[in-house]
Design a protein around this ligand. Structure first.
Ligand code: BDP
Length: 709
């Protein structure tokens, strides 16, 4: 009896240990199911050889191939010397871009671009740098993971954007600002002596999608990272990342010369302050020779900055650019600023401060701009600074952590959100001047370009809390590398590498993912509503919020509901924020009759009874979207149930439970918003929808609970 129990426990334990806990992300490398295909792959990948001199980065490529092939094919692959005479192997070749070619001479590679091709019975992974070969290696592994043929290989790709950054909003005490996946993955008290193996897996994941820079600390920065004590810790992280082509950057606390350096001022034009930063920067490069540079949030949301001394953002950025001197580093200066101006429109404030500074930034300084003018809402029009600062390289900042998109309980695939921004035409230099082309530098011929994603990563075993959140990390990296990829293709690729290769399930999951962002918008902020979420923690709905420390932190500031209608008039009759865009954009969005409904209330105050292009009145359309949006979560649940046989049981159950929360909260949003806006619209909930079963007061209490101390 005892024996049976013992074995039963043993079996259960073993089963649990094989359950997919999500730690391996999209680099799972589970054995491929099709034996014939495995055999074909095995023959093509019998050995690995590094041509020429090896290096730590190439060693990473070799290790990854060995790991991947072992898992996917069950094949132990040795490293061979003098491979040129052999066949059936993978050759890693670093060579100048002119010599990379085999079958395809047309496409030029940039320094991180790779080419993977077949040559004399071998597979060659070639590129002009070690990092390029590493990226090519991951591309080759992706072919296997998604079960693509290896015959006549011709994969050619170069990143379109140079600085592909992940921004961590991690604090020295281990918390993560707007983090929903546990605490920080950086263990400051253990560093530099102890290197958590997780750092290496983090670097592998990033390299596999082409991310080449990480800002490890919050933009609301602590000066601690600039101390010798912490620089040694940062250097330890850098030593891990370096092997994967990733450089480390720091967010800086503007007032450090005063608080850390003991100076009387942090004025960027003060010679002592300048010297302090130059010395500090030299010290950093001594500790971390390939340090990437600085990210700065200044004079924003209470952070100190050059304006404290009557200087402007360019003067601040240029001082740091000067401190970087001959070092190979950059400054990313954030444009997320909005003065407390109760008569103004927050939409316009960053533009008004930064546009006049165009042409005043040093060569090494880039301006980092959020995708939209307010703050990472579920849908925003593109930031009017894109296309308005032709002399300044602009870094696009998107948020992967779901601060305004349901934390880690709502399934919201962000590929479509990022793509929507990238693909919108700014008309800066005529038709086709999309945000993507402004950012990649092609519109204004910039030599330097960047993109940043605010990380959704934490100490949770599966990294992102919501298992599907991994797709957002993945999609961001893939789009940072190549913004022409489709978000649906990326979703499919991720699903196949991470969840299942079963064709029907792949289609179902991809379809859910692609629709999920629009569904989220519908049940939270449809028709261009924005910033009506709960105060400070940004959780749940609070459209009635009318008092806060600043007017532009309330909801009523943005939705402007009254007895006549709803929405923020940003036309010439209103704040005229529309005038910040080029005439073509103004034309597209400026007329309430023709403005796309997704942006309607961003730019217009629309009467409740106004008939929209759908044939419904504004009120009815609003209700329609809230109700169908919430119902769509039920549809997502059904879809997820269908794919159950194809998904790891633990993982399936995890997502199913989160979908339950999502459904509950979608109804919460719907009820809160329709009941609240009804007090202005004074109309019934249209058929066939049933009015909420609870009162507005009852819904308000839920928000109160979450905001209790
Ligand atoms: C807002 C966040 C805040 C960040 C800020 C920023 O609520 O926590 O510090 O953005 O980007 O979205 O600086």
């Amino acid at each position: 009896m005892l024996r049976t129990l013992f074995f039963l426990l043993l079996i259960l334990g073993a089963q649990r240990s094989v359950a997919d806990d999500g730690y391996r992300l999209w680099l799972k490398y589970d054995l491929l199911p099709d034996a014939a295909q495995r055999k074909a792959y095995q023959q093509a990948a019998q050995f690995v050889a590094v041509e020429g001199t090896s290096s730590p980065v190439l060693q990473s490529a070799v290790k990854e191939l060995q790991l991947g092939l072992k898992g996917l094919l069950g094949q132990t692959v040795s490293v061979t010397a003098g491979a040129a005479k052999k066949q059936g192997g993978i050759l890693l070749r670093v060579t100048s871009s002119a010599n990379v070619t085999a079958n395809d001479r047309s496409a030029k590679l940039n320094k991180e671009g790779y080419r993977v091709f077949s040559e004399k019975g071998n597979i060659v992974v070639a590129g002009p740098t070690d990092a390029a070969v590493l990226y090519g290696t991951f591309a080759l592994l992706r072919q296997l993971q998604t079960q693509q043929p290896l015959t006549n290989l011709a994969l050619t790709s170069s990143p379109k954007i140079e600085y592909r950054m992940l921004n961590h909003w991690d604090n020295p005490n281990g918390t993560v600002e707007r983090g929903y996946a546990g605490s920080s993955i950086w263990k400051w008290y253990e560093l530099p002596e102890l290197l958590d193996p997780r750092y290496l897996d983090y670097a592998r994941a990033n390299a596999s999608i082409g991310i080449n820079g990480v800002v490890i600390n919050n933009v609301n920065a602590s000066a601690r990272y600039l101390t010798p004590e912490y620089l040694r810790k940062v250097a330890a992280l850098a030593s891990v990342f370096r092997r994967y082509g990733i450089r480390v950057y720091l967010s800086v606390f503007w007032a450090a010369p005063k608080t850390l350096g003991g100076l009387a001022t942090s004025d960027p034009l003060d010679p002592n302050v300048r010297r302090w930063w130059t010395d500090k920067t030299n010290e950093i490069y001594k500790t971390i020779p390939d340090f990437g540079g600085f990210l700065v949030k200044a004079n924003s949301e209470g952070e100190p900055g050059p304006q404290d001394y009557g200087r402007n953002h360019a003067e601040g950025a240029n001082m740091l650019a000067e401190a970087l001197g001959q070092h190979d580093g950059i400054v990313m200066w954030r444009a997320f600023v909005y003065k407390a101006n109760s008569n103004g429109d927050r939409f316009k404030e960053a533009y008004e401060e930064f546009k006049p500074l165009d042409g005043k930034f040093a060569t090494k300084a880039l301006v980092q701009v959020k995708n939209g003018p307010i703050d990472f809402m579920a849908r925003e029009p593109f930031h009017p600074l894109f296309g308005a600062m032709p002399s300044t390289p602009l870094v696009l900042e998107v948020q992967l952590t779901q601060e305004y998109l349901g934390f880690a309980t709502h399934m919201v695939y962000l590929g479509p959100l990022i793509k929507e921004c990238l693909e919108t035409d700014t008309y800066a230099k005529g038709k086709g001047s999309t945000v993507a082309k402004v950012v990649d530098g092609s519109v204004d011929n910039h030599q330097i370009s960047g993109i940043a994603g605010v990380a959704n990563i934490g100490s949770d075993r599966n990294w992102t809390g919501h298992p599907m959140g991994q797709a957002n990390w993945y999609a961001y990296g893939r789009l940072a590398w190549d913004h022409t990829l489709s978000s649906a293709v990326i979703a499919k690729e991720w699903t196949r590498m991470t969840l299942t290769n079963e064709p029907k399930a792949v289609t179902t999951i991809t379809n859910m993912m692609v629709k999920s962002r629009d569904i989220y918008v519908r049940y939270t902020m449809p028709l261009g509503l924005h910033h009506i979420m709960g105060q400070s923690i940004h959780y749940g709905p609070e459209p009635w919020l009318a008092k806060s420390a600043r007017p532009d932190w309330t909801a009523v500031y943005y939705h402007k509901a009254d007895s006549i209608g709803l929405g923020f008039d940003r036309t010439a009759k209103g704040s005229n924020a529309l005038s910040l865009y080029k005439p073509e954009v103004q034309q597209a969005w400026g007329n309430p009759q023709t403005c796309p409904l997704n942006y309607l209330l961003w730019f217009h105050h629309v009467p409740w009874k106004q008939q929209l292009s759908t044939g419904r009145t504004l009120w009815n359309e609003l209700c329609y979207r809230y109700y169908t949006g919430a119902d769509s979560v039920t549809w997502m649940q059904q879809q997820w149930t269908q794919v159950k046989p194809a998904i790891d049981p633990a993982l399936h159950a995890d997502v199913a439970a989160r979908l339950q929360t999502q459904r509950k909260e979608a109804i919460w949003w719907r009820d809160a918003c329709v009941l609240y806006f009804q007090t202005y619209a004074k109309q019934p909930i249209p058929a066939p929808f049933a009015p909420p079963e609870r009162s507005l007061e009852a819904v308000k209490q839920i928000v109160d609970i979450y905001q209790m101390r």
